[in-house]
Design a protein around this ligand. Structure first.
Ligand SMILES: CC(=O)SCCNC(=O)CCNC(=O)[C@H](O)C(C)(C)COP(=O)(O)OP(=O)(O)OC[C@H]1O[C@@H](n2cnc3c(N)ncnc32)[C@H](O)[C@@H]1OP(=O)(O)O
Length: 439
């Protein structure tokens, strides 16, 4: 698929090219794929990829089903980068989001958003984003998601931040010990086995974790060391340990890397830690704690409700370095999205939802019984319980954000008594949502 349209620019007309990457895509330097890829690297201050790496990226993007958008300025200055290299980039792909419903929902994932400084603040992002969200909504996808480089960009497009992780350092010297009785066993994995192992374990995690997003092709390669941090070539320093439960099933893994002898305290960084069960999570930490010579473990993907400090003999081994927002959620179809999530109590609420992009605004009656929601569009003059913007609903959607906090911030307006308590009871869960997929 490839489409080209022109967008009225300022001094020059800009051309928008959109194509889905397939196995037939030409990976040569100077081709449209390599040029698009180069533009993304420019946007994120990364070096241009090596020519021999492009076939691996084409394979990955094909497996992900990525649709790429590039905006071209065909009349650059005489000494400027050629017009075949986009001045703006954007990509999307489809995967699933666990919203706590019976099964994960289809989700539209957005990534690789860049606009070159020479062309910024002329509405290119707005143009690419609104076209894309309209297309995804028309295709019937209930929700779009992204991870944001800056928290200031996406609220205006109806995204609300919905999941968070904690960055931690764990001191694994003498004081480190985990209470309780270990289960199963944890062993170093054979690298060739890791791609299949990681996919299987992640599938289990994804099915049980509200807020989780299905993963792209590169994950299994990165956690096995087949791909390194910078390039799709082997990184021999990556190690992976697998946890087997008492039945001998592989239910968790941790991929990690030593930071080197020049850094003190001697530190191992967790690349990815995925546990299919609570026991497996602690077992993987027992393994990390038993790495001889290592003094600290760092990980930026711990859950907000991390059980680890509570399981430690000395909780002061666990240091929180910061919290990060991870998943930003944009509802494209309020009825489908709310019917596709799980609920922990029952009740009825009428929500008046505004949407500046005109995609999903309206007045909706949500009736929840037996953990399932039913949504009907109702007249705007119905008795409304809560008024909110689509972005605020996106933040509430996965249950990780307190409605009372959004009321306090002026983002949610309750009109009836008890409405916020009911919103809280319906939407929030015993655990915060948790997303360990970055894309
Ligand atoms: C999902 C991801 O890929 S996250 C990665 C996002 N990309 C980056 O951080 C790379 C560096 N930044 C950039 O490439 C660009 O500055 C972008 C993509 C953030 C913005 O592109 P632009 O084409 O300049 O945005 P555009 O002109 O369409 O702006 C749309 C609106 O967003 C606002 N805006 C754009 N960028 C920002 C920002 N960083 N902070 C606050 N507001 C912003 C504009 O002021 C404008 O507001 P308005 O519609 O109310 O007037």
């Amino acid at each position: 698929m490839s489409t080209q349209t022109t967008t009225p620019g300022t001094s020059t007309e800009l051309r928008l090219e959109k194509f889905q990457v397939t196995a037939e895509e030409d990976p040569s330097p100077g081709g449209r794929f390599a040029n698009w890829h180069y533009a993304v690297r420019v946007g994120f201050f990364e070096p241009r990829a090596d020519a021999e790496d492009y076939p691996a990226y084409v394979r990955a993007f094909t497996a992900d089903g990525r649709v790429l958008v590039g905006v071209h300025d065909d009349a650059p200055g005489a000494l400027s980068v050629d017009g075949s290299v986009p001045v703006a980039t954007y990509a999307s792909m489809r995967n699933t989001l666990n919203a706590g419903g019976l099964e994960p929902l289809p989700a539209h994932l957005i990534t690789s958003v860049t606009v070159r400084p020479s062309h910024r603040r002329r509405g290119l992002l707005r143009r690419m984003m609104t076209d894309d969200l309209q297309g995804a909504a028309a295709a019937g996808v209930p929700v779009a998601v992204l991870t944001a480089s800056e928290a200031t960009i996406y609220g205006r497009f109806g995204f609300g931040c919905a999941t968070f992780t904690t960055s931690v350092t764990v001191d694994v010297r003498e004081r480190f010990a985990i209470l309780g009785t270990p289960t199963g066993r944890t062993e170093l994995a054979e690298p060739d086995e890791v791609p299949a192992l990681s996919a299987e374990v992640f599938a289990r995690f994804h099915a049980r974790t509200r807020g989780s997003v299905g993963r792209q092709y590169s994950y299994a390669r990165r956690v096995s060391g087949q791909w390194g941090r910078e390039r799709p070539v082997e990184d021999k320093a990556v190690r992976t340990a697998v946890h087997y439960d008492d039945a001998g099933d592989a239910v968790g893994y941790v991929a990690y890397r030593f930071d080197g002898w020049s850094k003190e305290p001697y530190t191992v960084s967790v690349i990815d830690l995925v546990a299919g069960t609570e026991e497996s999570y602690l077992a993987l930490w027992r393994y990390l704690g038993a790495l001889d010579l290592i003094q600290e473990i760092t990980w930026d993907g711990a859950a907000v409700d991390d059980p680890l400090p509570w399981a430690l003999a000395d909780r002061r081994c666990y240091r929180v370095n910061g919290h990060e927002d991870v998943l930003w959620v944009r509802l494209l179809d309020v009825a489908k999205a709310l019917e596709g999530r799980g609920y922990r109590s029952s009740g009825r609420l009428v929500l008046e939802v505004s949407d500046a992009l005109g995609l999903a605004g309206g007045t909706y009656q949500l009736t929840v019984a037996g953990g399932r929601g039913r949504v009907e569009r109702v007249d705007s003059d119905s008795d409304v319980d809560v008024v909110l913007d689509i972005g605020a609903l996106g933040s509430l959607y996965l249950g990780g954000v307190s409605p009372a906090a959004l009321v306090g911030a002026g983002l949610v307006e309750p009109l009836t008594e008890g409405a916020i308590e009911l919103l809280n009871d319906l939407f929030r869960d015993a655990q915060n949502p948790y997303c360990i997929t970055h894309f």
